[in-house]
Design a protein around this ligand. Structure first.
Ligand code: AMP
Length: 419
C-alpha cells in the first residue's frame, strides 16, 4: 500500500472545520488591519531562496526540497514565504502603485526537517508582510496583530519575546566581539556550533546543546552593542507594546535563524506544545528588497505555523466546534420515486439548506439511523400515500413532531424549518 510521505499529513473531513474556523479568524483580523491576501506559486527558482534566506541558514543548507526540472532549471518548493512575497512585490512593481503594501498569506511550506510533534515536512503558515515603511509603529502593529490572532483563538499559555538585531554595521562589530569571546573556547562547543563560528555565529545562541548554552551564558549580547538609531527604534516599539499591555519580555538571545533580519525580531511561544514551542516568528528586514534586486524599501513580517497552533489548541482544549448538523434528511419511502425525491432535495439546497438523500437504497429504518448519525434537524418522508396527494411528512427530529407539507411549495417547507 502506498502511504503518505513521512512528515506530511492528510487533513481529514473530521478535522477540516477547525482549519476553516482558524483561517476565517485569521482573515478577519488581517482585514481589520487592512492587510490584503497574496498567493504565490508553490515553487520558485532555487536562487531566490539562496539569495533571500542566506546559504548559511539551516533552511537553505539542509532543508530545502530542490529538484531539477525537464528544462534543467533548479526549482525549490517554498520553505517560507517572505522571499516569494518580496520577489512578487518587486516583479509586480507594487511600490509604484502604493507606497505601503500590507500583505497576508495562508500557504503550505516545505522543509526536510526531522519530523516530530509539531514539526512536519509539509506544514502550513499564515503570515503577513508590510513593505514600504520603517516606522517602529509598524513593528508594534505586526507584533500586536500576531498576538491578537493567536490569543483570539483562545490560547492562553503564551509568551511574546522581542529583541533587536540592529543594523549590519553594528552587528558586524559585535560579531567580532563574540568571536573574541569564543576564542579558546571552541573545543567545548558542539560540532554544529564550531562550524557556526565562521558561517552564522549568532545562531550559536539558538543551540540546544547544554555545553554550548553554558559557554554562551557569559557571552556579550548584541542588544548592548546596538547603534543609537536602532536603540531609539526599539524603545519606540516597546513603548507602544507597553501602552497596549502586551505581555512581552526582551530576550537578547532571540537571534532567529534567517540572515535577512534587521532591528526588531519577535516570537510568540506556547507553553502547551512541548519542545517545538514557537507558534510564530518574525521581524524587520530592511535590506531584503534591495538584496533581491528591488529598491531600498524596508519591510517587516511574521509567519505562524497552523499545525502547531492547532496542537496548542488541542492541548489547551480550545477552538472547540459546535456539533455538526444537517438541516434535512430526505427519507425515500418509494424506491421508484428517485428523480422526484432528488428534485425536492435540490430545491431545498437552492435555498442554502444542507440536505442529504439516501443513495444506498436503504430500508426506512436504516435511513432514519443515518439521519440520526448526521444529526439531521428534520427528516422529510418522501413517497407513500402522502405523495399521491402532493404532500410529504416533515419530522422535527429533536421534538419528535410531524406535519404534512406541500411538496410543490419548497418555500413553505423552508418557512417551517428553523435553521
Ligand atoms: P520560521 O519560518 O522558521 O520562522 O517559522 C515560523 C513558524 O512556522 C514557527 O513558529 C512554527 O510555528 C512554524 N513552523 C516552522 N517550521 C515548521 C515545521 N517544520 N513544521 C511545522 N511548523 C513549522
Amino acid at each position: 500500500m502506498i502511504k503518505a510521505i513521512t512528515g506530511t499529513k492528510d487533513t481529514l473531513p473530521s478535522e477540516i472545520n477547525k482549519w476553516y474556523l482558524l483561517e476565517n479568524l485569521v482573515k478577519k483580523i488581517f482585514s481589520c488591519y487592512n492587510y490584503k491576501e497574496i498567493r504565490t506559486p508553490v515553487f520558485e527558482e532555487t536562487a531566490l531562496f539562496c539569495r533571500g534566506i542566506g546559504t548559511s541558514t539551516d533552511i537553505v543548507s539542509k532543508e530545502m526540497y530542490t529538484f531539477i526540472d525537464r528544462r534543467e532549471t533548479s526549482l525549490t518548493l517554498k520553505p517560507e514565504m517572505t522571499a516569494s512575497v518580496v520577489r512578487s512585490f518587486i516583479e509586480n512593481a507594487m511600490d509604484k502603485k502604493q507606497s505601503l503594501n500590507k500583505l497576508f498569506y495562508i500557504s503550505p511550506m516545505f522543509r526536510q526537517e526531522r519530523p516530530q510533534a509539531g514539526r512536519f515536512r509539509q506544514f502550513h503558515q499564515f503570515g503577513a508582510e508590510a513593505l514600504g515603511s520603517n516606522d517602529p509603529l509598524l513593528d508594534a502593529e505586526m507584533i500586536i496583530m500576531a498576538y491578537n490572532i493567536i490569543s483570539n483563538i483562545g490560547l492562553k499559555n503564551l509568551e511574546v519575546k522581542i529583541n533587536s538585531l540592529g543594523v549590519p554595521e553594528s552587528r558586524e562589530k559585535y560579531k567580532t566581539e563574540l568571536r573574541k569571546f569564543l576564542a579558546g573556547k571552541e573545543a567545548g562547543l558542539s560540532e554544529d556550533s564550531k562550524k557556526r563560528i565562521d558561517t552564522n555565529i549568532l545562531r550559536i545562541f539558538d543551540s540546544k546543546d547544554e555545553n554550548d548554552q553554558k559557554i554562551m551564558a557569559d557571552a556579550p549580547l548584541l542588544i548592548n552593542h546596538l547603534d543609537d538609531e536602532s536603540i531609539a527604534h526599539f524603545e519606540k516599539v516597546k513603548k507602544v507594546l507597553d501602552s497596549l499591555k502586551i505581555p512581552y519580555t526582551v530576550d537578547p538571545k532571540l537571534v532567529r535563524g534567517l540572515d535577512y533580519y534587521t532591528n526588531t525580531t519577535f516570537e510568540i511561544i506556547s507553553g502547551s506544545v512541548g519542545s517545538q514551542s514557537a507558534l510564530c516568528g518574525g521581524g524587520r528586514y530592511n535590506l531584503l528588497v534591495e538584496q533581491l534586486g528591488g529598491g531600498a524599501i524596508p519591510g517587516i513580517g511574521f509567519a505562524a505555523g497552523i499545525e502547531r497552533i492547532l496542537l496548542a489548541c488541542e492541548n489547551e482544549n480550545v477552538l472547540n466546534l459546535p456539533e455538526e448538523k444537517i438541516d434535512v434528511y430526505v427519507v425515500r419511502l418509494d424506491k421508484e420515486l428517485d428523480a422526484e425525491a432528488y428534485l425536492l432535495a435540490e430545491s431545498l439546497r437552492k435555498e442554502n439548506l444542507q440536505v442529504e438523500v439516501d443513495y444506498l437504497l436503504r430500508s426506512v429504518k436504516a435511513q432514519m439511523r443515518e439521519a440520526n448519525r448526521l444529526n439531521a434537524k428534520y427528516a422529510l418522508f418522501f413517497g407513500g400515500e402522502e405523495y399521491s396527494s402532493g404532500e410529504a411528512v416533515l419530522k422535527n427530529m429533536s421534538e419528535g413532531t410531524e406535519e404534512k407539507i406541500n411538496i410543490k411549495d419548497s418555500l413553505s417547507i423552508i418557512s417551517k424549518i428553523q435553521r
